[in-house]
Design a protein around this ligand. Structure first.
Ligand code: HEC
Length: 353
């Protein structure tokens, strides 16, 4: 019993100290308010307060910055960081029991838990800038950038990709990821951008560009190369080809090229592929395997239909790597962020080996 009284007294002293520090900041809270919140950051205090605010129901004002609106800058409900988390984008249902991890600039992590109203808050001082991650049942919503203030309505908190800016939510209704796999352009024939430009850049433009010895005949862009005097689509009599042909009497540019393979590519480009600028897609790829992996583990997997389409059912939001593979094609990988809502189709082009 004596112990308890001693503890109570200690708490009283701490409150006094806290009050002193707080007073030096120029704000005068009621003594009771300050004490009640000092040791109880995460749990809402009861409504027996005697201040005039109208938020005794523990609710919040949607869209209002809790720290600058005057609601939580002082008094009983003063806090340094806070917000509300929902279970749907409309904000009609609170997400209770979500874990909010706040990492301060000193790398210290503070974990807050949202209450029955979805609210989370702390009066602890956490050095800014900080990053915030909200998680619930393995689902995570990360704040896209660091925050400088702890207000619940600061733009940086609200992840656009996860729904509307202005509300953070974690849903447990997972979305389907659909898309199509096609063959990358470049496989359907030789094009200027796919093959030819690189040859010219390496072997021709040192002279054939502004400032070069043959600046009058620049060969740096498609529009400069594919002019009627140099190139006639479909014709092996094009001047460009003749200048590169070692058998031709005017083949004076052959020594600059010196590659039968590249000569044949340029010839095929003009004669077979009509000097096309870009090649068209090779069409859809059926029977390709598409997987979403996390930490090297396959989480979702399916194969594409005859039409090259796929559906990955009920994919949990989060960061993945997408992997597309099929025999005869180069395996394709890229990071992929699965959203909670408005998931756009994922269209991927893979290259033939
Ligand atoms: C070292 C400088 C140099 C390089 C490199 C060079 N050229 Fe030339 N090119 C010339 C000169 C000089 C002429 C003009 C004399 C001639 O036609 O032989 C010319 C002429 C041409 C012509 C004829 C232009 C016309 O209007 O008659 C074509 C086509 C051409 N070059 C293409 C190329 C191609 C393609 C390459 C790369 C494989 C290339 N050249 C690399 C210097 C160069």
């Amino acid at each position: 019993m004596r112990d308890l009284i001693a503890k109570g007294f200690l708490k009283y002293i701490i409150c006094l100290l806290g009050l002193a520090i707080f007073l030096s900041g120029g704000v005068v809270p009621s003594f009771a308010d300050k004490c009640r919140n000092t040791n109880n950051d995460f749990v809402r205090s009861d409504d027996g307060d005697d201040d005039d605010d109208d938020d005794d129901d523990g609710s919040h004002h949607t869209g209002v910055n809790c720290l600058t609106s005057g609601c939580h800058t002082g008094g009983e409900h003063r806090f340094t960081i806070g917000g509300t988390i929902y279970s749907n984008i409309n904000g009609t249902e609170a997400r209770a029991g979500a874990q909010i991890t706040v990492t301060g600039s000193n790398n210290q992590r503070t974990v807050l838990t949202s209450d029955q109203l979805g609210n989370f808050y702390s009066s602890q001082s956490i050095p800014a800038p900080y990053t915030i991650t909200a998680s619930y049942l393995g689902r995570e919503v990360k704040m896209p950038s660091t925050a400088i203030t702890g207000g619940c309505n600061d733009n940086s908190c609200h992840v656009v990709g996860y729904g509307a800016a202005g509300r953070v939510f974690i849903t447990t209704i997972d979305q389907d990821l659909t898309g199509t796999i096609t063959e990358a352009s470049g496989n359907a024939g030789i094009s200027y951008n796919g093959t030819i430009k690189a040859i010219f850049d390496a072997k021709c433009i040192s002279c054939h560009k502004a400032g070069g010895t043959q600046s009058g005949v620049p060969l740096t862009t498609y529009d400069e190369v594919a002019i009627p005097r140099l190139v006639t689509a479909g014709s092996k009599d094009s001047l460009l080809l003749k200048k590169l042909d070692k058998q031709s009497s005017i083949g004076t540019m052959w020594p600059n090229l010196r590659s039968a393979r590249e000569y044949n590519q340029i010839k095929d480009w003009i004669v077979l592929h009509h000097a096309q600028e870009d090649s068209t897609s090779g069409g859809v790829v059926s029977g390709a395997t598409i997987q979403l992996t996390q930490g090297g583990q396959v989480k979702y997997s399916t194969t594409t239909s005859q039409a090259g389409a796929f559906v990955l059912k009920s994919v949990m939001a989060g960061a993945y790597n997408v992997r597309v593979s099929k025999k005869g094609y180069k395996t394709y990988t890229q990071p992929y962020q699965m959203n909670q809502l408005n998931v756009p189709p994922l269209d991927i082009a893979i290259k033939k080996k």
